[in-house]
Design a protein around this ligand. Structure first.
Ligand code: GAR
Length: 213
């Protein structure tokens, strides 16, 4: 039974999708804790209501990033995670934190990496005039938004799309993509070769989501 710790900063809809998939699909795993850096993160309410242990490490209580990360690491380690899942966790983590969880820390990013790393990905995609956009699940490395890619999903950019409409479409895609990638980890089906990820047994690492249009 693998132990999952999910880090959130706000709404937590990806966390919710993972908690639900873990229960409904009966993964050989359990969500050991949901940890937020913000006490008012809405996702904490969902987690508590679903009998998931919650914890808060409030980043505003720390003067330095490495002090916050050290405190966060102490809390996360209490739950002995096999996998740390960043789900809308909006703090940049220090190399010390990331190295501590090397090859067992994942993130979902709202773009087709390596395009649009960082923030405001949907508006930047619209401004760039791309016709497809999407989301990427990747292992986290010390280089921001550049870790080995586990899965990617694509949605179309449609005429008249706004930042809000496009972000909703991508979020629906993330809710399918992220639980799938976590399940692969839980099932021990991900292998890393030279900074690239391969999946044992044929199942596509690509999702084309016309059904979320
Ligand atoms: C998601 O769109 C996720 O991809 C993004 O924040 C949102 C969180 O939503 N993450 C990042 O931008 C990380 N760089 P959620 O709280 O409802 O899961």
């Amino acid at each position: 039974m693998k132990k999952l710790v999910i880090l959130i900063s706000g709404r937590g809809s990806n966390m919710e999708a993972i908690v639900r998939a873990c229960a409904v699909q009966r993964w050989p795993a359990r969500v050991a804790a949901v940890v937020s850096n913000r006490p008012d993160a809405a996702g904490l309410t969902f987690a508590a209501a679903h009998a998931v242990v919650t914890s808060v490490v409030d980043h505003t209580q720390f003067n330095k990033r490495d002090e916050f990360d050290a405190a966060l690491m102490r809390v996360v380690d209490m739950y002995e995670p096999d996998l740390v899942i960043l789900a809308g966790f909006m703090r940049v983590l220090t190399p010390a934190f990331i190295k501590h969880y090397a090859a067992r820390i994942m993130n979902v990013h709202p773009s087709l990496l390596p395009s649009f790393t960082g923030l405001h990905t949907h508006q930047r995609a619209l401004d760039a005039g791309v016709v497809v956009h999407g989301a990427t699940v990747h292992f986290v490395t010390t280089e921001l938004d550049y870790g080995p890619i586990i899965a990617q999903g694509v949605v179309p950019v449609l005429v008249g799309d706004t930042n809000i409409v496009l972000s909703k479409r991508v979020l629906q895609l993330e809710h399918k993509l992220y639980p799938r990638a976590v399940r692969w980890f839980v099932e021990d089906r991900l292998r890393m070769y030279d900074n690239r990820v391969e999946l044992e047994v044929t199942e596509t690492r690509f999702l084309f989501c016309l059904d979320v249009v």
